[in-house]
Design a protein around this ligand. Structure first.
Ligand SMILES: [Zn+2]
Length: 127
């Protein structure tokens, strides 16, 4: 009985996670910027590429790296139409991008992505 309850709790949490993710990155748009110059703009490609990881942020980072022939995008910024999900937030961090701009409730917000902010985001799912 106790084991079943734990399993049900686990499934509930997983569903909650996916709902959370859909709200954040579904139908999102991303633009990578270098010194106020638009380098690459894209939308989520999850359906087109049949790839659940092809959120706009991930796609924009991959395409910008190829276009600019750079491994890291340290000097670049990213502008998103929605708050990034956990996967995208970590991808942005791994790419070297520090400044994230996104729109939430018609307000433009900024995140300076530091290791401390990343840890906080993963700890309480908010930043
Ligand atoms: Zn995402």
């Amino acid at each position: 009985m106790a084991k079943e309850a734990i399993n049900n709790q686990s499934v509930g949490n997983r569903n909650q996670f996916f709902d959370f993710e859909k709200k954040q990155c579904k139908d999102s748009k991303a633009t990578v910027i270098l010194k106020e110059r638009e380098i690459y703009t894209t939308e989520s490609q999850t359906l087109e590429e049949d790839d659940p990881t092809a959120h706009a942020t991930i796609h924009a980072i991959r395409k910008t790296r190829l276009k600019e022939r750079k491994f890291l995008l340290n000097d670049y910024e990213i502008e998103l139409s929605k708050k990034p999900c956990d996967m995208c937030l970590l991808a942005i961090y791994q790419s070297g991008i520090k400044n994230i701009y996104y729109t939430e409730k018609e307000t433009k917000k900024h995140i300076l992505l530091t290791p401390k902010i990343l840890k906080k985001a993963y700890t309480i799912w908010e930043f």
